[in-house]
Design a protein around this ligand. Structure first.
Ligand SMILES: Cc1cc2nc3c(=O)[nH]c(=O)nc-3n(C[C@H](O)[C@H](O)[C@H](O)COP(=O)(O)O)c2cc1C
Ligand code: SF4
Length: 654
């Protein structure tokens, strides 16, 4: 039976603005491609949103308000900047063009006004966060007066450019969140002390904005519903703060998020969290305010969106990653094709690799994201017979994309099931989204006409006998077992065998050896401790676990390890394992001092040390077939995002 998302597609009036449905795309695209960068960046940014105007509302411009610092002072921290965006010469043109673009499809545009994270301003000389230790400059009344005027000027620029409203970033470690929170505001003057005092600065800003832009444009707040931090506020107090702002000012809506920029969860909740985990906290807010509520956070499908609305948790749903992963989410839902929606896997590559590795934006499941302004795949000029060997994400992606271009594609997978290493990773706690994604991917490949054969190994002679014009080798990688003395002993097992259940571990303490800088070692330690009930220790040679995971993902993974009692040893490289009557004695070297000592005796040692490419087929075909391509982990083992991106680019070339 076709699903009907009646609430999701019903119109609503917010303030004086009519919305065509209940979906708000909340800010994120400045990371995809900057509206404030080069002309090409701006084209990319606008094209990104143009592809997503099925939503009623694009809260799409993340813009920093001009800062005020003494000459020579260098702001640092997440939102560090001085000039801001509202006064740049191209602000009017670019915001104007974006507004015109989205208006053409009946979608509205709002501009978020940000001063986030150690600018260096704060209400008091406190820390910028429990895991970031910059001390704020305690703002003077003159600073406050400056910002009131700057926000009003900035809002009037946004509206003059053509936006339909502005939003105060009152969340995520913004200067304004620090003012309203008892955790960070310790002032005793009129801008602190009581709740009214803590709200005084945002109140003045909102009044000044209204005076500058008049009653019609939307003015709203993005708001952290609960701070989940000793001394911070929870949702009941959050509800009071909002209802006071509603009483004192002319705001039109409240857009709630849950989570901090660093904690568990972060406000970009990673895969360990269920869909819409914070929606249940809106009850107090509902009771305290008549403002329309937008709820955002892991609303990852139209079904979840409809449920959040049906349960009365919100009047609108915010979505970022789900629509990043599939811009056609809403049209597919409306057309009864919800099963065709490409699911977001919530691994947060979209933010992690930008902030940690400084790599260009990419989505793990949607390689088109950020390239909407590039030519889309066109039908192949001369369709070919393509054989893809390997049914992991790289193989599935290239097969589906190539078939979509009109090629005749067959895919062979040696295992009884598809998915490769990702199917194994999906067995770890909180990794179910990988399974969902793999199911979608296999269906998508079949929908596009790929013939999939499982339990069919790609032997060189069989591959050649098939007679394909093009062979794509996506045979993946095998888990890596480092050549360390004792790593071949019984009781030293691979993490993949633990997840697949093919390695049975004896009772007793287990050591996980990590030679992988991302999530997998943490995921297997989580599985060992929280699913199998082992006393687990994780040893890493880096100064902390998973250095390639940003603070938007790390907190939730580490919280689960702590809950499972997992001990962490850092800066230690394992140099040997010896079998003793008590168990496996593990020797480690401090990577900086060089000192070797025992790390303890364990019943088992689990190796989470990455993987090595399977190169056999490629070597065997060398010089025997004219058109062979090696893809994904079979080329060099990396994360999902590498596989899908490389597969997409190859499919465009074929
Ligand atoms: C890459 C990226 C950048 C983001 N930037 C902002 C921002 O500038 N302002 C903001 O309020 N939220 C920002 N967010 C948070 C999102 O708007 C949203 O609240 C969050 O991703 C959770 O929603 P989702 O589960 O639908 O992705 C960002 C999220 C992502 C993934
Ligand atoms: S990168 Fe990952 S978390 Fe981000 S939108 Fe894509 S699938 Fe979702």
């Amino acid at each position: 039976m076709t699903e009907v998302f009646a609430r999701l597609f019903s119109p609503l009036t917010v303030g004086r603005t009519r919305l065509k449905n209940r979906v708000v795309l909340t800010p994120h695209a400045h990371v995809v491609s900057s509206l404030w960068g080069t002309e090409d960046d701006a084209r990319g940014h606008i094209a990104y949103w143009r592809a997503r105007t099925d939503a009623a509302w694009i809260d799409g411009v993340s813009a920093h308000v001009r800062n005020r610092v003494p000459p020579g002072f260098e702001p640092s921290g997440i939102g560090a900047q001085i000039p801001g965006h509202f006064r740049t010469p191209f602000f009017m043109d670019r915001v104007g063009e974006l507004a015109e673009t989205v208006h053409a499809d009946g979608t509205i545009l709002t501009v978020q006004m940000i001063l986030q994270g150690g600018m260096p301003h704060g209400p008091s000389a406190g820390l910028s966060g429990p895991t970031t230790h910059l001390v704020s400059h305690p703002m003077t009344p003159a600073d406050i007066g400056y910002f009131v005027e700057e926000y009003a000027f900035s809002a009037s620029q946004a509206i003059a450019a053509g936006a339909d409203g502005v939003e105060l970033h009152l969340n995520h470690d913004d200067m304004l969140e620090w003012f309203i929170s008892p955790l960070t505001n310790h002032r005793t003057d009129e801008f602190g002390g009581s709740m009214a005092g803590r709200l005084e600065f945002p109140r003045r800003i909102i009044d000044a904005i209204r005076a500058a832009i008049g009653p019609k444009p939307l003015v709203g707040i993005r708001f952290t519903l609960r701070e989940d931090e000793p001394g911070g506020y929870q949702e009941e107090h959050g509800a009071h703060l909002v209802s006071e702002l509603e009483r004192l000012t002319a705001i039109d809506y409240v857009s709630v998020t849950w989570g901090s920029p660093w904690g568990n969860p972060s406000y970009i909740q990673a895969q360990q969290h269920p869909p819409a985990p914070g929606a249940v906290f809106t009850g107090a807010l509902r009771a305290a305010t008549r403002l329309p509520i937008v709820y955002t956070g892991r609303v990852n499908s139209p079904q979840v969106a409809e449920r959040v609305l049906a349960d009365g948790h919100a009047d609108l749903v915010g979505m970022a990653r789900a629509i990043l992963a599939d811009p056609e989410l809403l049209s597919k839902a409306r057309e009864g094709r919800a099963n065709e929606i490409r699911p977001c896997v919530a691994g947060n590559e979209c933010i992690n690799r930008r902030v940690v590795e400084n790599l260009p934006f990419s989505c793990a499941v949607n390689p088109v994201a950020a390239r909407e302004h590039h030519p889309l795949p066109s039908p192949a000029a001369s369709p070919r017979r393509i054989l893809v060997v390997g049914g992991g994400p790289a193989g599935l992606e290239v097969a589906a994309r190539a078939a979509g271009r009109g090629h005749d594609v067959e895919l062979w997978e040696s295992n009884p099931h598809l998915g490769g290493q990702l199917a194994v990773a999906a067995r770890a706690p909180g990794h179910e989204d990988y399974r969902r994604y793999l199911r979608w991917h296999a269906d998508e490949a079949r929908r596009r006409g790929v013939r999939i054969h499982t339990e069919r190994a790609g032997e060189p002679d069989g591959v050649l006998a098939y007679g394909a014009d093009t062979v794509v080798i996506a045979t993946g990688a095998t888990p890596r077992r480092p050549t360390v003395p004792g790593f071949d002993l019984p009781g030293v097992v691979l993490s993949t065998d633990v997840l697949e259940g093919t390695a049975t571990l004896p009772d007793g303490p287990v050591l996980v050896v990590a030679e992988d800088d991302h999530l997998p070692p943490l995921a297997v330690a989580d599985h060992l401790a929280n699913v199998l009930g082992h006393d687990a220790t994780l040893v890493v040679s880096t100064s902390g676990p998973a250095p390639l995971l940003s603070r938007y993902s790390l907190g939730s993974a580490l919280a689960r390890l702590d809950e499972g009692g997992v001990r962490l040893l850092s800066d230690r490289a394992v140099t040997g394992v010896e079998s003793t009557p008590e168990g496996l004695q593990v020797i480690g070297r401090h990577v900086y001092s060089g000192r070797e000592r025992s790390l303890g005796t364990f019943a088992a040692v689990v190796l989470s040390c990455g993987a090595v490419p399977r190169t056999g087929l490629a070597s065997a075909l060398e010089g025997r077939h004219p058109d062979v391509h090696v893809l994904g982990d079979a080329f060099a083992p990396r994360r999902l995002v590498w596989a899908t991106r490389q597969a997409y680019d190859l499919a465009l070339m074929l």
